[in-house]
Ligand binder design. Sequence first.
Ligand code: FMN
Length: 174
Amino acid sequence: MKYKMDKIGMFWGSTTEMTSLAAELIQEALESFDHHVESFDVGSTGVDPILTYSNVIIGCPTWNVGELQDDWDMFYSEYQGLKFDGITGAFFGVGDQLGYSCNFLDAVGLLARPFVENGGTLIGQWPTDGYDFDESIALEGDKFLGLGLDYDNQETLSEERIKSWTELIQSSFK
Ligand SMILES: Cc1cc2nc3c(=O)[nH]c(=O)nc-3n(C[C@H](O)[C@H](O)[C@H](O)COP(=O)(O)O)c2cc1C
């Protein structure tokens, strides 16, 4: 089968499986647009393989009040040193806007900002309408730097959000 664009490498970390579930749904949705997605648990691959893709999706839940999920955390200093020139990237995060209202989706900010600072082209910024939180370092203007999912409080909205977000990003990949 011939795909219409370069393949997409998706790298995610997940402790209680919500982000891995979201990654599966994102992969299914993009494959319905004829994208070829290769999906990896970053805990098994580390961050170097990110650089072998011209299109990437990065997924991370926020843990421990404003921190990265453990697998991402382990590789963070290495990740911050990568050069992302020529790579188009979309980010998604999973969080709890009620329980952690001052740190909602912080992990998206922690990963997307160095990506842009180190030459990456960011796509998939996402409006904050429909979320209720106080602070997030994933915020840039009136948008999140990537898709926000909240299975703790808004599980029923996740499927629709993934559908709209994948529609948004799919045509921006190379
Ligand atoms: C101890 C603890 C700390 C958390 N800290 C945050 C946080 O700072 N910000 C946030 O948005 N969500 C936070 N969460 C919510 C998780 O991100 C959420 O439960 C998510 O679904 C976990 O994703 P995973 O199942 O892929 O590991 C926290 C959850 C726990 C249990």
